[in-house]
Design a protein around this ligand. Structure first.
Ligand code: SF4
Length: 462
């Protein structure tokens, strides 16, 4: 069992698999190099981005993330402005201070290799890192291969090569209510009489004191809400060259002045504006929470802001904690039984999973039974099956920003449908997760975060 807190990570946009993961990999590589005694002899470093990391790496800011990781930045704590300045300095001065240690020569154009033709079998987001004592023409003195497996999770080649272990680092923590499927989760709730929220909380208690878990959940909520606030207040054009205008501030102004407030459809506007605010921040490299990924980071905060806060935006902690615990429990099922990586599953693994999590969490906030919560989650995914990932220009902007808005509305509708249903419908959550997994495996790589198909080829990026 993973922890719910593993799913919700604070990091910089625009992508958990292409930004947060690579930053963590670069840092982990240097730690391993230091342990091996080779770091102090390093004169050059080379990073080979493979598969999807190479094909959409430029638009997703993977080069910047790698450099920041080598400089010692952490995705959780990096200040976006400080990180941007450090990145620019490194590129302009063509030198790099490895993890705040030795300074070496570094040319981002030559030392970061984009090998989109090399799609690793273990996972499409591969990254090989090498240290050299002199020029890269000499043999490397230290080399490692890692994978960014989605949602900011990373794994070594050794770990992924062991299918039994998967990409989950073994954790000695024994959860009192371990579950590997939705059916097991439901049966545990049935036997114990616990709600999903309580069961998840008891599991988390094995890892840390309850107050720490709750305060971490509150921090996640606060980070989500702060991201919405920044997105609502920041105007301008998003970076990357696609000339996409931020739309959330305009729409928010209209809503605040009361325009259309009595229209029945105003609900859509509120959900849309919160989701777009987060995803516009994400596209600009701002601080977001993976929920469960950066690309899909707008759906949970939008639902949380609209249904778990006062009218003035103050979080109602009992609701936000319930929402995140239940949504997180559902997210763990996808992480453990399939994948939350767009490069493996297409957008159904990102926006689809976020929609499913938000639907289950919202149903819980509305007082649904465990069966109804999981039914909401099932509906949330069922109608996202087959959703492809085809970001225009390799940027996390089109279709990603609007897709989060649509996913948010779908999540609310899924929760409503489930609330009007007594038992489980024809399709179970386990069946829909397995269907997502199989669909992802069958999907052409053109539609899995490579920008080689769909909108990415039909919409001219400039
Ligand atoms: S299309 Fe979906 S999966 Fe692909 S980058 Fe955008 S949000 Fe992520």
């Amino acid at each position: 069992m993973l922890s719910v807190l593993d799913l919700f990570r604070v990091g910089l946009g625009p992508s958990s698999s292409h930004t947060v993961g690579p930053m963590r990999i670069a840092k982990r590589f240097l730690r391993a190099a230091a342990k091996s005694g080779t770091l102090s002899r390093a004169a050059r470093v080379e990073i080979e981005l493979q598969g999807s990391l190479a094909l959409t790496g430029v638009g997703h800011g993977t080069d910047k993330a790698v450099i920041l990781g080598l400089l010692g930045f952490d995705p959780e704590t990096a200040d976006p402005d400080e990180a941007e300045a450090a990145f620019r300095k490194t590129v302009e001065e063509k030198s790099l201070t490895l993890h705040r240690g030795d300074t070496i020569e570094f040319n981002a154009v030559k030392d970061i290799l984009y090998r989109g033709d090399n799609v690793p079998e273990l996972h499409p987001n591969g990254m090989a890192l090498r240290l050299f004592a002199s020029e890269p023409s000499e043999p490397a003195i230290f080399e490692q291969v890692y994978y960014s497996t989605g949602g900011g999770f990373i794994a070594s080649a050794r770990r992924l090569a062991r299918p039994a272990a998967g990409d989950v680092v073994p954790d000695q923590t024994r959860s009192p209510h371990s579950f590997g499927s939705a059916a097991e989760l439901l049966s545990l709730c049935d036997q114990s009489g616990l709600s999903i929220r309580r069961l998840m909380l008891i599991n988390e208690d094995e890892r840390r004191p309850r107050e720490t878990t709750l305060s971490q959940l509150d921090l996640i909520t606060d980070t989500m809400l702060a991201c919405i606030d920044r997105g609502l207040a920041t105007e301008g054009i998003l970076p990357g060259g696609l000339e996409v205008k931020r739309r959330a501030p305009d729409l928010y102004r209209k809503l605040k002045t009361g325009a259309g407030v009595n229209e029945r459809e105003a609900l859509f506007d509120w959900l849309n504006v919160y989701a777009m605010a987060v995803n516009e921040e994400n596209a600009a490299g701002g601080r977001v929470v993976t929920a469960p990924t950066n690309g899909a980071a707008g759906i949970l905060p939008a639902v949380l802001r609209h249904y778990c806060c006062d009218d003035d935006g103050t979080p109602i902690r009992s609701k936000t904690q319930r929402f995140l615990l239940v949504a997180g429990g559902i997210g763990l099922l996808y992480k453990q039984r399939a994948s939350i990586s767009g490069a493996e599953m297409g957008c159904q693994g990102e926006v689809g999973v976020a929609c499913s999590m938000a639907a289950g969490g919202l149903a819980a906030v509305w007082g649904a039974t465990p069966v109804q919560c999981l039914t909401a989650a099932e509906i949330g995914m069922e109608h996202n099956l087959g959703l492809t990932c085809d970001p225009v220009g390799g940027l996390v902007q089109v279709p990603c920003i609007e897709r989060n808005a649509i996913g948010t509305v779908k999540a609310v509708n899924a929760a409503r449908l489930a609330l009007h249903q007594d038992g489980q419908g024809k399709v179970s959550l386990d069946q829909v997760i397995e269907t997502m997994r199989q669909t992802g495996l069958d999907m052409s790589s053109k539609y899995k975060e490579t920008s080689q198909g769909g909108l990415a080829v039909n919409v001219v990026a400039c």
